[in-house]
Write a protein that binds this ligand. Structure first.
Ligand code: GUN
Ligand code: FE
Length: 423
């Protein structure tokens, strides 16, 4: 494994549990066996013999983490953006997802998606596929070859969806899920159970999925409290539960011993936020999607204050841009609008907090990941920010701010995942 022992030199910048920006100018980041061995202002003697890759004067930061993205929706991003969630699903998302019954189309579409995210700033992603098992396995094979680390879900949906996409019964959906799981034998591409959201999953299906979750010990992802009409609908579908989040909990698919990500949570009330904190359910905050689909602005400050673990999601194609840098900027911007429009006392999210969410915050869903702390997986982006120079001196933190707001994939000079270089 010696090829995974090396040192990077450059301007280091990262965030950890402190949620503040840490920097070392002209510092050293050591990789041993694909894991960080720590950051150093000068190289310790014991690492002097390792191969040194000198990236100065570039910025070296942790790889970004996308906690919520729909692979099949990549194909139609930027279209249908005048609709709200339920109409957008019917008129845009479902018709496109229906095409993944065709493996030839799937190969073409997922090929474009995987190449795009491989070149982008995310090193880890939690992904929705479609209901189709074979197409989902094809996506997973492509992702495995990309070098990225991902979790991927075959979607379950057996009600309130068009005939061409709806699984015929809960039993068939569960059987297809078990069959798909048998095919999931990858090193860096992991299955995650993916009931689409409560409106598209019957009671029987949700209970069956909880059984599969226990049998295989799988993580779970879904959508929660994204849109007001949707929340009302779930109230009618699950009158026995105390709320939308409580309904997932009542199905045994909401945190506790089940690692869980819930996307959006725009309309979560105090009780739902407290339940997520108690059960350590991750929030995937998707501000661009919430803006495009007129869903609203999630109260991120309340989630953070309550101790809910959180990260960021592009939610392609509710969101148009897959870059989590863009999501960080959106997070800051919509939180300021929220404060101004609602005149709340909640403080807006600062850029350093958004940077934390898009790296270590989301990364912690994958284990030890998302910062340069010794022992973490070595997921690194090297950003060439020379085209963002100013006529005055910029600190490393200033440079990070500009990278967040102004960079694109052309600024990515190198990308490492678990100590492997992707490019
Ligand atoms: N809720 C259920 N399905 C979806 C989806 O595909 N995108 C978004 N944004 N919300 C959903
Ligand atoms: Fe989504």
């Amino acid at each position: 494994m010696t090829e995974k022992n090396f040192v990077l030199k450059g301007d280091l910048c990262w965030s950890d549990e402190s949620r503040s920006i840490q920097t070392i100018s002209d510092g050293y980041l050591v990789c041993i066996d694909g894991k960080s061995a720590g950051v150093f202002p000068s190289l310790p003697e014991c690492y002097a013999g390792l191969r040194l890759v000198d990236y100065s004067p570039y910025l070296i930061i942790p790889g970004l983490v996308d906690l919520h993205i729909h692979a099949p929706q990549f194909a139609f991003r930027g279209l249908g953006m005048d609709l709200q969630l339920l109409d957008w699903l019917e008129r845009r998302a479902f018709p496109e997802e229906g095409k993944y019954a065709n493996l030839e189309y799937t190969r073409k579409a997922y090929g474009l998606f995987v190449e795009h995210i491989r070149r982008g700033p995310s090193t880890r992603l939690v992904i929705y596929a479609t209901v189709h098992s074979e197409a989902t396995l094809l996506l997973m094979e492509m992702l495995e070859k990309s070098g990225l680390v991902t979790m991927v879900g075959k979607i379950n949906m057996d009600r309130n969806s068009p005939d061409y996409l709806r699984e015929e019964s809960a039993a068939l959906s569960l059987a297809a899920t078990e069959k798909w799981l048998k095919g999931c034998n990858f090193k860096n591409t992991f299955p995650i159970l993916t009931p689409r959201f409560i409106p598209s999953c019957s009671d029987e299906l949700m209970r069956g999925l909880a059984g599969i979750q226990k049998k295989f010990g799988l993580p779970v992802q879904s959508h929660l409290s994204e849109n007001q009409q949707e929340v009302e609908w779930v109230g009618k579908l699950c009158p026995q539960s105390a709320g939308y989040g409580a309904a997932y909990r009542d199905y045994d698919l909401f945190g506790g011993s089940v690692p869980t990500i819930m996307a959006h949570c725009v309309w979560s009330d105090k009780e739902e936020i407290a339940l997520m904190a108690e059960r350590q359910v991750f929030l995937a905050h998707c501000p661009q999607s919430n803006t495009n689909l007129s869903s609203g602005i999630a109260p991120v400050r309340r989630f953070l204050d309550a101790g809910v673990p959180a990260g960021l999601g592009s939610d392609i194609a509710g969101g148009v841009h897959d870059s989590i840098f863009r999501t960080m900027a959106d997070t800051v911007q919509v939180s300021k609008l929220r404060q101004t429009l609602l005149k709340t006392a909640e403080k807006p999210i600062k850029l350093e907090e958004a940077f934390y969410l898009g790296t270590a915050g989301g990364g912690s869903f994958f284990g030890k990941c998302g910062s340069f702390t010794a022992g973490n997986d070595f997921d690194v982006l090297v950003m060439d920010d020379r085209n963002l120079a100013a006529p005055f001196e910029l600190s490393i933190q200033d440079r990070l701010d500009r990278v967040v707001y102004l960079s694109d994939e052309r600024n990515i000079r190198a990308k490492y995942v678990k100590g492997n270089i992707l490019f």
